[in-house]
Design a protein around this ligand. Structure first.
Ligand code: 5MY
Ligand code: ATP
Length: 475
């Protein structure tokens, strides 16, 4: 306690976020400050509107002593995964963003000494494009994540494909959600991380180092789920704890932390698009068992998954419909480069920017204004497709849980929790051509290497080709 002011000195636990750039890309301190201000404004004026006040923590800009920043950089450098070292942390400006530590409960402002479990999920795109601009039928059947898996494995980004399908997680159907979460626990890739008291205990530290030992995970989680009884260890214990974990994640993901209650079940209006992906292992299993209809219970309106999906669906035209509109804007900018700032391509991300995003019409009147609105909506959608969800859980006793604090129950324990969203930096305008090319690569790879083998007709053609090659070799 401070004798003079009477203020209680409580330690805040914060996260510092610095900008990073490719080496030799020198930026002035003013440019860095401007960039950071854009990130904060975008969170504050745009993403809070889409995701809701409670889920987004936009942070604030702070200035730090340069000596401290340099020492910090030296300290963290050995911890950075090699694959991320193509960029250097900015140590020259002294500016950084100060954010709450989202691995901790957001209902408490200050450091608590109670145990905290945190689950980070990067759910990726939860819908199948419904746009008439899509040129390949497969895009209306198989989701981008499932198609992309094959290219990622072929490129060596991951060793094995994951059975996770975002459409199962976003379905709102508990069975499908359980399957999706179990699949994430089997192959975490960069879609799942678990922290205990702020330390990573499960998931990938870097691309090479993936831990997926369920026995070890269950051992770490046992005090949270079975605090008092001595649940015997072994496969049964592991299974029970993993099941409880999946249950807790599902319930928190379906919760609406505005109202602290999962009421008001209304489905996301995906009127044209299909609500399941043909490549999902859950779907395939159903088809194998003679069932052909996948349940999609719909997400409660207030939950974070629902909000994320709504923002993702601002991509109404698909990259194939969007790319010509991007070219229209580009052509205009080539003629009038000075218009780039008036059009707010790189900010400022203020009220006016947000207001323009609300025009959902898809009737192209041939104007640059229409093209620009669609481009900006697409950038928001891309951001929402790449964001992460943080669920922080802390055990609580029955008498500690009040109306204001959301609570989730398991068979032997209860948790207060908070749900937040992170990594909400607006995707750059200039990344659109890359998105267009990548989309083509993903689809072509899938058609050539996966669908051709799955499809019985194509498969026999494929086999014939292989036979043919053998014959030729013999000759
Ligand atoms: O294109 P995707 O779907 O592969 O997403 C990229 C992510 O790969 P993922 O598929 O999640 O393994 C990718 O994740 P990693 O860095 O590979 O973990 C990035 O998030 C990338 O965003 P940015 O270009 O760094 O702003 C992401 O790029 P954007 O497409 O969101 O720009
Ligand atoms: N506020 C936060 N609280 C706790 N952990 C955080 C917070 N912000 C980020 N992290 C952790 O750091 C990781 C990287 O964050 P983020 O993706 O925002 O960084 P980035 O600057 O975009 O870096 P990269 O380009 O490597 O993705 C997150 O996946 C999360 O595990």
């Amino acid at each position: 306690m401070n004798e003079h002011t009477g203020k209680l000195r409580t330690k805040r636990c914060v996260v510092l976020r610095f900008l990073k750039f490719p080496p030799n890309q020198n930026k002035t301190s003013e440019e860095i400050l401007h960039h950071l201000q854009n990130i904060v404004d975008f969170g504050k004026h745009v993403m809070k509107q889409f995701f809701g006040e409670n889920y987004v923590h936009h942070g604030e800009i702070i200035q730090l002593p340069l000596d401290f920043v340099r020492q910090l950089c030296l300290k963290i450098q050995p911890e950075r995964p090699e694959s991320r070292c193509d960029k250097d942390m900015d140590t020259l400006s002294g500016y950084a963003m100060c954010l709450p530590n989202l691995t901790r409960l957001q209902t408490y402002r200050f450091v608590e000494h109670r145990p905290i479990l945190c689950i980070e999920i990067k759910p990726k795109c939860g819908f199948i494009p419904f746009s008439s601009h899509v040129s390949q039928e497969i895009k209306h059947k198989v989701c981008r994540y499932c198609m992309h898996q094959h290219l990622k494995v072929a490129n060596g980004k991951w060793k094995r494909p994951s059975k996770y399908c975002p459409l199962d997680l976003f379905s709102g159907n508990k069975q499908r959600m359980h399957f999706a979460l179990k699949s994430l626990l089997q192959e975490a890739q960069n879609n799942l991380k678990i922290f205990k008291n702020g330390e990573l205990i499960y998931g990938c530290k870097d691309d090479q180092d993936c831990v997926s030992d369920w026995n070890e995970l269950a051992h770490q989680l046992k005090p949270f789920f079975f605090p008092s009884n001595g649940l015997v260890s072994g496969p049964h214990c592991t299974r029970t704890i993993i099941k409880e974990l999946i249950h807790v994640i599902t319930m928190t993901l379906l919760s609406s932390t505005d109202a602290c209650r999962a009421g008001d079940m209304k489905t996301v209006p995906i009127s044209q698009g299909r609500s399941y992906c043909e490549a999902s292992a859950f779907n395939k299993e159903l088809v194998r068992n003679g069932k052909h209809k996948l349940e999609s219970s719909g997400l409660p309106r207030g939950c974070l998954l629902y909000k994320a999906l709504q923002a993702q669906m601002l991509d109404m035209l698909d990259i194939e419909g969007l790319y010509p509109l991007y070219s229209r804007v580009e052509q205009y900018l080539e003629e009038f480069p000075e218009e780039r700032s008036t059009l707010q391509i790189d900010g400022p991300y203020n009220e006016a920017f947000y207001e323009k995003l609300l025009d959902l019409s898809t009737e192209d009147d041939g104007t640059v204004a229409f093209a620009l609105t669609k481009v900006q909506q697409y950038r928001i959608a891309m951001t929402a497709k790449d964001c992460s969800i943080m669920i922080a859980l802390s055990p609580c006793l029955q008498d500690e849980c009040s109306e204001q604090r959301p609570v989730v129950l398991t068979s032997k324990s209860r948790f207060t929790f908070s749900v937040s969203v992170l990594d909400l930096d607006l995707k750059p305008y200039d990344s659109i051509p890359h998105q267009y090319k990548l989309d083509g690569k993903i689809v072509n790879y899938y058609l050539k290497n996966v669908q051709a083998k799955d499809d019985p007709v194509m498969s026999s053609l494929f086999k014939e080709n292989e036979d043919c090659t053998l014959v030729l070799h013999k000759v």
